[in-house]
Design a protein around this ligand. Sequence first.
Ligand code: GCB
Length: 611
Amino acid sequence: MLSPRTSPTRDIVSLDGLWRFALDTHAGAAPWTSRLLSPLEAPVPASYNDLFVDAEIRDHVGVVWYQREVRVPRGWAGERVVLRFGSVTHAAQVYADDRLVAEHTGGYTPFEADLTGIVHPGAEFRLTVGVDNRLTNETIPPGTVTTGPDGRERQSYLHDFYNYAGIARPVRLCSTPPTFVEDVTVVTGRDGAAGIVEYRAEVAGEAVDAIAVRVRAVDEAGRIVAEAHGPEGVLRIEDVTLWRPGAAYLYDLVVELVAEDETGATGAGEVVDSYTQPFGVRTVEVRGTEFLINGEPFYFTGFGKHEDTLVRGKGHDDAYLVHDFQLLQWTGANSFRTSHYPYAEEVLDFADRHGIVVIDETAAVGLNLGVMGGLTGQAPTPTFAPENFGGITGDVHAQHLRELIERDKNHPSVVMWCLANEPASNEDGAREYFEPLVELARKLDPTRPLTYAAVMFATPQNDQIGDLFDVLSINRYYGWYLFTGDLATAEQYLEKDLRGWVRRFGKPVMMSEYGADTQPGLHSVWDTPWSEEYQSDYLAMYHRVFDRISEFIGEHVWNFADFQTSAGIHRVDGNKKGVFTRDRKPKTAAFALRGRWHGLGGRKPGQAAGD
Ligand code: GCB
C-alpha cells in the first residue's frame, strides 16, 4: 500500500487533532448516526489509555468511539477521495455519516476507505470511528478476555507491553485522480558501478487501457539519472550512489500516468497522475554465516525498541522520533528491531533518510503458551493445538505478514523480516504453523532474509523451525531470569547455547534480546541485580561471549528505553530493561555501549574495514 504523498495531482488534508471521544458504554446505540454526546476529547494520534484520570477508560475492554467533522476541499470535484488511517489499534469500524465505509483488523498496519461519491467536495461529513482493543485467539497479537465476578470484562495477554489502544498514527484525507497509481514496487541490485532498479507500477481506476506509464529516477541533486516507459521495467543508474548503513542516499522514482492525446496516441497527452516513490540502491544477502549489505559484512549494533512514551502511549510523535534517532546515533547503534509490531511509516521513512538499518517485525508476539507454564508452574498448554493457535491464528498471521510486506517493501532501511517474537518453536506443531508463513514471505519478497526471535525455551536441541529461516535471532536472559546475579555461570551457559545454534544450523546468529531490569540511581559495588553497575556488567559479559564466536553477526540490547507493561509482580511500573529511562535519560550502561559500538563501527570485533 502506497504512503500518502502530495504530488502535482494529489492533495492531502491532515485530520490529526482533537476528536470527540466516548467509551461505548457511554455512547448510546449506533453512535455514528448523530453527534457523540460526550464531554471528552482525545488527541489523534495518541493511545487513549493514559490521557484521562479515569480507571474506567484506562482499563476499558471493548469498543471506544472517536468522532469529528471533516470538510472535503471544494477543489476536489472529479477526484477520488480516500480516507487513510496509519493504524487503529486493534480493530476499526469507520463510518462516514451513517454509512459503514471500512473495517480493519490489525492494530499496526494502515488501511483506507474510498469515499468517492459518498462524500462531496465543499461539504462536511461526520467521521466516526469505533476502536476495539480486544485480543483473542483470533487476533495477532493474541490474548484472552474473561468476565470477572463483578461482571466486568478483563483482558489478559502473554506479551510484555501494555495493550495501548486508539488511533495512534496520523489520519489523512487524500485526493487522487480517477485514474491513479495504485502501487509501486522497487527492487534494486548492482552491476559493477551501476545500480539496477527493477520497478513495477500498478494502475487502477477509470480508462486504464488508454494510459501509458513513464518513470524517471531523480538523484538528490534533482538530476534525472534514468528513464523508462511501461508499467514495469529496469532502470540503470550509472555511477550509482549506494544506500549504506550510516550513509543514506535516496533517489526518487517519479511515476507518471500519461493520457492519450487528441489524436488518440497513447502516452502523448497530459499527465493524469504522478506519484513519487523514494528508494535506495542497496543489496542484502546472507552468505554462509555472514550478513552482507552491498556485499560487505554487516554487524548489527542496536536495540529492540518499543513505540512507547509517557501520556501518549503508542501514539506517533515526531519529536520522540527525532530524539530517539539522535540517541541511537549517540550510542553508536546502527540498527534496531521493530519489536514487537510494525512501527509507524514515519519511523521507516526517517530510517531510510538517516541510514539506520531496520529488522521489521510482525505483531506476532505471545504465540507461546509454554511461557505461561514457565511463569506459573502450571502444566503447559500446547500452543499450536487447534483450540489455541493452531486454527485461525495462522491465517490472521498470514494476513498481517502480507500487510507488512506490502507496506514496507520499498524501504532500503528494512533488511530483514522478523516473522514472530518468541513463538513456541520448540513445540510440536511449530513447523506446520511456520512453513506456510515462510513460504508466503519468500513469495511476497524474494529479496530479504527471514528471521524469528527465539525464546529461551527453544534450544539448539529442540527448536523445530530454525532451518526454515536465514538468520537465527536469539533472545536470552542468562544472568537475569536464570542465574540471577551470577554472571560467571551465566557466561558459561550463554556461550554453550550460542555455539549450539551455530553448530546445528550453520547460519548467521545474532542476539536479538539480552538485558537486565535496572532502577536508575541504584548503585552497588556487588553484582546486585537492578543496579546500574549490574546492567553494565551483564552487557559486558554478553559482549565477551559474542566476541569469541566468529559466526556472530550482531547484538540488539533489550531495550532501548523503559516501557509500560500490564501490572504484575514481575514489573515495577513497567519494564525497566531500558538503557534509557522512559523519558530518555541515559543509565550508566548507555555510556558503556557508546564506547563499544562507536569502536566497532558496524563491523565484527577484530574485523577491519574492507575485510
Ligand atoms: C522477552 C520478550 C520481551 C520482554 C523481555 C523481558 O523475551 O521478547 O517482549 O519484554 O523478554 O524483559 O522479559
